[in-house]
Design a protein around this ligand. Structure first.
Ligand code: HEC
Length: 101
């Protein structure tokens, strides 16, 4: 039998998209290079959200950057492509990052 606590946890993850995307950032090891507020290997989520806040195509552009990687936008260190992440999860991550202002 599945413990009730696990059912409640799974249910609340579905109900709260922000948390679900934080879990995705952990699952795909984004957090090895990105943090919420401080620059690590890559820019912080907050820096990215601030830079793209007035860009109507931001979600699309960030999705492309996450899928294909990128370089030269933030500094000398390139971001490797993330082909292991499915499109739906990339879109969720891009939207979540843009909400981190
Ligand atoms: C090995 C380290 C590393 C990992 C792992 C990594 N990133 Fe990055 N990321 C970077 C670096 C470095 C940059 C800055 C690249 C540049 O200057 O253009 C970056 C840039 C970005 C940007 C900004 C792109 C832009 O066009 O401005 C986003 C969004 C992003 N990463 C999301 C993610 C997500 C989501 C994941 C997990 C699926 C992830 N990153 C995993 C290092 C990493």
């Amino acid at each position: 039998m599945i413990p009730l606590a696990m059912v409640i946890m799974a249910f609340s993850a579905v109900q709260r998209p922000a948390l679900a995307s934080e879990a995705l950032a952990q699952k795909y090891a984004c957090i090895g290079c990105h943090q919420a507020n401080a620059r690590l290997v890559g820019p912080s989520w907050k820096e990215i959200a601030t830079k793209y806040k007035d860009n109507p195509k931001a979600a699309q552009q960030l999705s492309t950057s996450i899928r294909s990687g990128g370089s030269g936008k933030w500094g000398a260190i390139p971001m490797p492509a993330q082909p292991q992440v499915p499109d739906a999860d990339i879109a969720a991550l891009a939207r979540w990052i843009l909400s981190q202002k």
